[in-house]
Design a protein around this ligand. Structure first.
Ligand SMILES: *[C@@H]1O[C@H](CO)[C@@H](O)[C@H](O)[C@H]1NC(C)=O
Ligand SMILES: *[C@@H]1O[C@H](CO)[C@@H](O)[C@H](O)[C@H]1NC(C)=O
Ligand SMILES: *[C@@H]1O[C@H](CO)[C@@H](O)[C@H](O)[C@H]1NC(C)=O
Ligand SMILES: *[C@@H]1O[C@H](CO)[C@@H](O)[C@H](O)[C@H]1NC(C)=O
Ligand SMILES: *[C@@H]1O[C@H](CO)[C@@H](O)[C@H](O)[C@H]1NC(C)=O
Ligand SMILES: *[C@@H]1O[C@H](CO)[C@@H](O)[C@H](O)[C@H]1NC(C)=O
Ligand SMILES: *[C@@H]1O[C@H](CO)[C@@H](O)[C@H](O)[C@H]1NC(C)=O
Ligand SMILES: *[C@@H]1O[C@H](CO)[C@@H](O)[C@H](O)[C@H]1NC(C)=O
Ligand SMILES: *[C@@H]1O[C@H](CO)[C@@H](O)[C@H](O)[C@H]1NC(C)=O
Length: 269
């Protein structure tokens, strides 16, 4: 065989081998990617949430990276054992600074969102209204602004709704009166409009109701006769006028009542 022929054959074999290696790597990558995206759009939604975090000084989200680790093991993430879908997101007291990505609405198995004690600003994404399994939404002590989204009244299984100590404005949506499973409703320390919503009469499972320091006006509605589970009521630091409604005296489950710093008049029975 001539040297030319030998070189020709050698380069042919090499090219073949390289082509095969490239195709096999590519195929492998595609399978791995499909496994992550098709089986678990949750991974993308979580990375969407991370992408809106501007600063994470405590490194709470360091484990949320593109390496092959299962997202169910990322810090603050809990999955259902069977479906491997995200059910709990707990990033409380994480020192996080940023906004909350609308992609949270794609975590359709979520039951609890705990983001209290961080520095989230921007609006509460209305996409949360797509989370029909949601039972707890805890956003206490952030800098969320804008209105309380009407869309969260879609989350009919909500039991705990804590929005206190943010910069929320506007009216409390009437639809909250249809969240009949609520037992904790806390909106204290926001800049709200209007009065104490009469729909609280519908929330018969309520145990804790805090509307303190919200700049609410009007009188206290006489709606406490049906709130037979109410233990804690705080409406202090508003602009409430008028007298204490008779039904409040009948509310025998009450343990703590705070109504100070208003313009209530009349005698206590
Ligand atoms: C797909 O993911 C499952 C569980 O996360 C893993 O056991 C399996 O090996 C992965 N398959 C491929 C082809 O990557
Ligand atoms: C990615 O996450 C893994 C698992 O938590 C961690 O060991 C690793 O240091 C992280 N990698 C980077 C680049 O942050
Ligand atoms: C949520 O995370 C914080 C911080 O890691 C932790 O202290 C707290 O116990 C967690 N809460 C729940 C209900 O898991
Ligand atoms: C928020 O911070 C306060 C004060 O540090 C602490 O008492 C409270 O337990 C924290 N709440 C959560 C949910 O982390
Ligand atoms: C939610 O998922 C859908 C389809 O899987 C995708 O098209 C959409 O961009 C996602 N939305 C967000 C906000 O990530
Ligand atoms: C609010 O959260 C910050 C951390 O972001 C914490 O230092 C502060 O004590 C919290 N305040 C309350 C009233 O819980
Ligand atoms: C609320 O639910 C209704 C009816 O199921 C649906 O049409 C609407 O898109 C939902 N809103 C949001 C923000 O998910
Ligand atoms: C109370 O609930 C009933 C039935 O669910 C509903 O028709 C009514 O509009 C609610 N009232 C208020 C004030 O939300
Ligand atoms: C308080 O309870 C008594 C006895 O159950 C009842 O007769 C009265 O009508 C109630 N008053 C109000 C304002 O609900």
């Amino acid at each position: 065989m001539s040297a030319q022929w030998f070189l020709f054959l050698l380069s042919f074999v090499l090219a073949f081998l390289m082509h095969f290696a490239a195709v096999s790597t590519l195929t492998h990558t595609i399978i791995a990617q499909n496994n992550n995206t098709i089986i678990t759009g949750d991974r993308l939604a979580l990375l969407g949430i991370k992408s809106m975090i501007k600063d994470d000084p405590q490194g709470v989200m360091t484990s949320w990276n593109h390496s092959t680790t299962n997202f169910c093991e990322w810090q603050g993430v809990t999955c259902s054992p069977r479906h491997q879908r995200v059910t709990h997101l707990n990033l409380s007291s994480g020192g996080l600074i940023g906004t909350l990505s609308p992609s949270i609405g794609n975590l359709s198995f979520l039951r609890e969102i705990r983001l209290s004690n961080n520095s989230f600003s921007g609006e509460i994404p209305p996409e949360i209204g797509r989370l029909f399994r949601l039972q707890q939404l805890r956003l206490y002590n952030n800098s969320f602004m804008g209105n309380i989204p009407e869309a969260i009244t879609n989350c009919s299984k909500l039991r705990v709704l804590i929005l206190g100590s943010n910069n929320l404005v506007g009216k409390i949506p009437d639809g909250i009166g249809s969240l009949s499973m609520l037992y904790i409703l806390g909106v204290k320390n926001n800049i709200l409009e209007g009065g104490i919503p009469p729909f609280i009469a519908n929330l018969t499972l309520l145990e804790m109701l805090t509307f303190d320091d919200c700049q609410l006006g009007g009188s206290l509605p006489d709606v406490f006769q049906r709130l037979t589970n109410l233990r804690i009521l705080d409406m202090s630091g508003n602009n409430l006028i008028g007298t204490i409604p008779p039904s409040l005296y009948n509310c025998s489950s009450l343990e703590i009542v705070i109504l100070g710093n208003n313009q209530l008049t009349g005698r206590l029975h």
